[in-house]
Design a protein around this ligand. Structure first.
Ligand code: PEP
Ligand code: MG
Length: 755
């Protein structure tokens, strides 16, 4: 946005005149009519028209200079219909020298527009929502340049405020034509984190209404912006220093990354440019933020979307600093459900996390920073809930059912009571699990089962003590990468792994090398778009193609473990040769550590994740090579059934409790048992008490799972007779049913197994 000075002063003059018009007398409709006349004259266009979005996604001509006046309030176009409808549907500007030859052109005889050849239109946006369309037309075919599109976008912002003022159409109609009033609403999204919560809704920063769009004094506005940016940076610095109310750990990295954005000169410079074009500081922040949202909605790259979320989050903060309307946390209800379109990680920490009972997001992905943090804090989250911020009123009772990816707004009294009772019961169960955390996980017939923790962030490590887990069975090292902006150096990695060891005390930790790729995208890794990322360039494949990166990680792990047991496992191994190559890299790093005279780990055990079915037919060779084997059923299931684990439409399509999976697992138990190779399970199956029951019956003796699952699985183990369950599994596991789940449930019920 580096306009020539002439354009800047021209825009400024136009904005001043628009401001005078806005502040002038008359109804909103009359002011709109004056605006279209003014814009037509200033932009040397024969036509200027404003279409406003009405209920039912219809664009109505509200004011025009140049088209026939009888068309006003008569001409209506559906979103997607004609060029105006296309601009609304895509939320993007359109500039055409010959509009009538565009395939989307629709002729409306009542407007008399057949004589106009060129058209430039822009969406009227607010909160990334399309409120209407502003268009100019010219009789002769002419080319509109980028500066003109920019100017029209700025004018559209002013019109957006006029529409949002609620005098042209009612605020309710603006809010959402599909708004369902006060009736209960049930919405479905995607599970970001399981759990159940109920509470009054707090809407995350309903965007402040901008009182004034056009600047009186550009220099003063730039100074206001400067002060607000400084105040915002100070506040973020404070948050970093305070650690966001959490223990020291990688959340600091997240906040640091966030602070980098706050210091991003490019972003602030774009806002300053917008002020120079004649906007107030608030309007300039909004303009840049709207551009950002537009880009965000178009970005397919998850990393980029993630960064843009952070930037939008910062824009929210900056607007609050400008308006001096900082959120008073003490006015918040004691426990609440936070409803937001998007949320940055710092924002989540800001809200004194203990009070957030549940979180509902319109956007996001399960791998987003905020979802990772929410998981570590055990806050149920449902994401990608369409239009939720427009369907919830502040204070509405909201139920977040993270287990089933559902959100209930204004539920009936009996549902509230049932959910409250369910939450209470969960609380009691949780308390009893905590009391039981040092009770041995031994079955009724004396079989001991090792319960381990799946972790990935430092803050997960507190779960070891809280749950009584015997160690970390799966440490997902890539999570720490995902919450950073740059790839960590060997020293930084060493420091991080050292802290993991410190927190683990004498308990073992099994580190899995980076499982990046797939949906876990890192900016510092060149990659091309993949049609099928889950089966693409990920995990050990990247590690072997970028051996320096894998070696650095192994070096850091070795350096962090002097005199300790070091366990390393490689993800997504598909063939023995891959394991051999990875192992050779580890050996090189061990040799290097010896040469450098470092104290080596007391012992090094190397294993693989069994996630790719091809490994099954290499099991005996594998058992000769590895020190242990971990089954990862999350990936194994998706490859076994050719069923994308991230696709919500396929979420319950195939059941691991079915003949093919049970047979596979049985063969793994037999193969590793014959070779005396320790076996564990660290996929989601291990944390589901019913599925864990079957795993133990099949012969698994080590299960690794999320912290919240350890208590329930421990209780299940203590109520189980393994020999009897094994006999039952033998009896039914070959049945051709779609799922054996109900049979296992019946078994557990009949035999008083706590599932
Ligand atoms: C698995 O695939 O089962 C597993 C534990 O790994 P992740 O879920 O991290 O892919
Ligand atoms: Mg996996």
């Amino acid at each position: 946005m580096s306009e020539a000075p002439g354009v800047v002063s021209g825009t400024r003059r136009l904005l001043r005149r628009l401001r005078d018009t806005m502040a002038g007398s008359g109804t909103a409709q009359q002011r709109l009519e004056r605006i279209v006349r003014l814009v037509a004259a200033e932009m040397l266009a024969e036509v200027c028209s404003v279409y406003v979005m009405r209920a039912g996604e219809v664009l109505e001509l509200f004011a025009t200079e140049g088209l026939r006046l009888e068309a006003v309030h008569r001409t209506r176009l559906r979103v997607g219909e004609g060029l105006i409808g296309l601009i609304a549907a895509t939320a993007r500007p359109l500039a055409l020298a010959d509009a009538q030859s565009h395939p989307g052109f629709v002729y409306r005889p009542e407007t008399g527009e057949e004589i106009y050849h060129s058209l430039m239109g822009v969406p009227i946006l607010r909160s990334a929502r399309v409120l209407g369309v502003l268009a100019v037309q010219n009789r002769t075919p002419r080319h509109y340049d980028d500066d003109e599109v920019e100017i029209l976008q700025t004018i559209a912002m002013i019109i957006a405020e006029l529409i949002a003022g609620g005098d042209l159409i009612s605020p309710r109609e603006i809010a959402e034509s599909r708004m369902t009033g006060t009736l209960p609403v049930r919405l479905v999204g995607i599970r970001f984190n399981p759990g159940l919560a109920i509470g009054p809704a707090v809407l995350h920063m309903p965007r402040p209404r901008i009182e004034q769009v056009v600047a009186e004094d550009v220099t003063a506005e730039i100074e206001r912006l400067r002060r607000a940016v400084a105040a915002m940076r100070d506040a973020i610095d404070e948050l970093v220093a305070a650690g966001g109310g959490l223990g020291a750990g990688e959340h600091r990295d997240i906040l640091e990354a966030y602070r980098m954005f706050a210091a991003d000169r490019g972003w602030v410079a774009r806002i300053v440019d917008a002020i120079r074009s004649g906007l107030t500081a608030e309007a300039a922040v909004q303009k840049v933020r709207d551009e950002t949202s537009r880009r965000m909605m178009q970005a397919s790259d998850p990393y980029l979307r993630e960064r843009l979320v952070d930037l939008e989050d910062l824009a929210n903060r900056l607007q609050r600093h400008l308006s001096d309307r900082l959120l008073d946390k003490f006015e918040l209800p004691r426990e609440f459900i936070l409803v937001a379109r998007i949320l940055g990680p710092a924002e989540l920490m800001d809200f004194s996390h203990r009070r957030i009972a549940g979180l509902v997001l319109e956007e996001g992905s399960p791998t987003a920073h905020v979802a990772i943090i929410a998981r570590a804090l055990d806050i149920p989250v449902v994401g990608r809930v369409e239009n939720v911020t427009q369907r919830v009123e502040p204070g509405d009772t909201v139920i977040v059912d993270g287990d089933h990816a559902r959100v209930l707004i204004r539920p009936s009294e009996d549902i509230r009571q049932a959910v409250t009772a369910n939450i209470e019961a969960r609380g009691h169960r949780r308390a009893s699990f905590e009391r039981m955390r040092s009770a041995p996980a031994v079955s009724r017939d004396g079989i001991e089962v090792k319960l381990m923790l799946n972790a990935g962030l430092l803050m997960d490590m507190a779960q070891l003590a809280a749950t009584g887990a015997e160690g970390v069975g799966l440490f997902r090292t890539e999570l720490a990468l995902m919450v950073r902006e740059t790839f960590p150096s060997v020293d930084e990695q060493t420091d991080f792994y050292r802290r993991v060891f410190e927190q683990a005390g004498s308990r073992p930790v099994i580190f899995r090398t980076f499982d990046i790729g797939g949906d876990k995208v890192l900016p510092y890794l060149a990659r091309s778009a993949e049609d099928n990322p889950a089966m693409g360039w990920r995990a050990i494949r990247i590690g072997l193609d970028r051996p320096a990166m894998l070696r650095e990680q192994l070096r850091a792990l070795i350096r962090a473990a002097p005199g300790r047991q070091l366990y390393v496992k490689f993800p997504m191994v598909a063939e023995l040769a891959e394991f051999d190559r990875a192992r050779a890299l580890l050996d090189l790093e061990l040799a290097r550590a010896r040469q450098e005279g470092r104290q080596p780990p007391a012992s090094v055990k190397v294993g693989v994740m069994l996630e790719v079915p091809a490994l099954l037919w290499q099991l005996s060779g594998l058992c000769e090579r590895v020190d242990f084997l971990s089954v990862g059923t999350n990936d194994l299931l998706q490859f076994l059934f050719a069923c994308d684990r991230g696709n919500p439409r396929l979420a319950d399509r195939y059941d691991p409790l079915s003949a093919p999976m049970l047979r596979l697992l049985r063969e793994v138990v037999a193969g590793t048992g014959a070779a005396a190779v320790p076996l564990s399970m660290c996929g989601e199956m291990a944390g589901n008490p019913l599925e864990a029951m079957v795993l133990i019956a099949l012969g698994f003796r080590t299960l690794s799972m999320a912290g919240a699952a350890i208590g329930p699985v421990r209780a299940m183990v203590r109520s189980l007779d393994v020999a009897a369950a094994a006999a039952f599994v033998d009896e039914i596991s070959a049945r051709p049913d779609h799922s054996l789940k109900s049979r296992f449930e019946a078994y557990a019920r009949d035999h008083l197994v706590e599932i």
